[in-house]
Design a protein around this ligand. Structure first.
Ligand code: NAG
Ligand code: NAG
Length: 225
């Protein structure tokens, strides 16, 4: 029988307290690229392996079979949605009211370009309004914004948006509610798209690999979680 010193017992108790601490609530926000596919599942799986206590939140539930993984399916990915519409209809306010979050990943703009032919400035204005709403919901919201994956039919517009995102994000940045930009475009090839729009299996892996370190970094800035 192993005897534990009181220090070890205390340490064990402290670790147990941390393990039971509230999970970090992560809202994956976006369109069908967030709804379909398995990148959220691969991130969830890695959180489990590496001992992170993360609760995916949102009013949607993904139906994908991702290698039979029993992952947390909650998210806020809405197929076909444009950022400008989410703002016009004030939808994020309600989504966050129902499912508050500590961290949001935002992969939006694809439909604004593809369906709406919106200009870069209109899209960044909408993304900015969404960030304001995130902060109204949680003043310390950690925000991860994607430079979006390629869209071969209109990739010139995608690249223009992506090029505008870093400076725009820096202008919206704040110490209490930091924004981190994750480049989902670079290194993403047409083979990483299954239908010209949505990630294939290899695309899901790439998206997960890009978002994961940013999420881990965001979680590290949330004390005690
Ligand atoms: C925002 O500030 C944080 C530090 O608080 C920094 O890590 C991050 O890169 C900044 N984001 C942008 C888009 O400049
Ligand atoms: C680019 O993609 C390949 C897989 O096709 C991957 O092995 C590599 O790590 C990726 N590089 C970056 C910088 O993400």
């Amino acid at each position: 029988m192993v005897r534990f010193s009181s220090a070890q017992v205390l340490l064990t108790a402290t670790l147990a307290t941390f393990a039971q601490a509230a999970a970090v609530r992560w809202m994956p926000l976006g369109d069908s690229i967030t709804d379909y596919g398995c990148w959220r599942a691969w991130i969830w799986e890695r959180f489990q392996k590496e001992g992170y206590n993360v609760d995916l939140v949102g009013g949607e539930k993904a139906g994908e079979n991702c290698n039979g993984l029993n992952f947390d399916r909650d998210h806020e990915g809405h197929p076909g949605f444009m950022a400008v519409d989410i703002v016009a209809k004030n939808q994020l306010v309600d989504w966050l009211k129902k499912n508050p979050a500590d961290v949001v990943t935002m992969h939006l703009g694809t439909n604004d370009i593809f369906r709406g032919n919106r200009k870069t400035a209109e899209i960044t204005a909408a993304l900015g309004k969404l960030i304001d709403q995130m902060r109204e919901s949680n003043a310390a919201m950690r925000i991860i914004v994607a430079q979006i994956i390629p869209l071969p039919t209109v990739d010139k517009q995608v690249q223009e948006l992506n090029q505008a995102i870093p400076a725009w994000a820096a202008s919206k940045n704040s110490t209490v509610s930091p924004i981190w930009v994750v480049d989902q475009w670079t290194n993403f090839t047409s083979a990483d798209l299954k239908d010209g729009i949505h990630p294939s299996e290899s695309g899901d892996v790439k998206m997960a690999n890009k978002f994961y370190p940013a999420l881990v970094h965001a979680i590290a800035t949330l004390d005690g979680k």
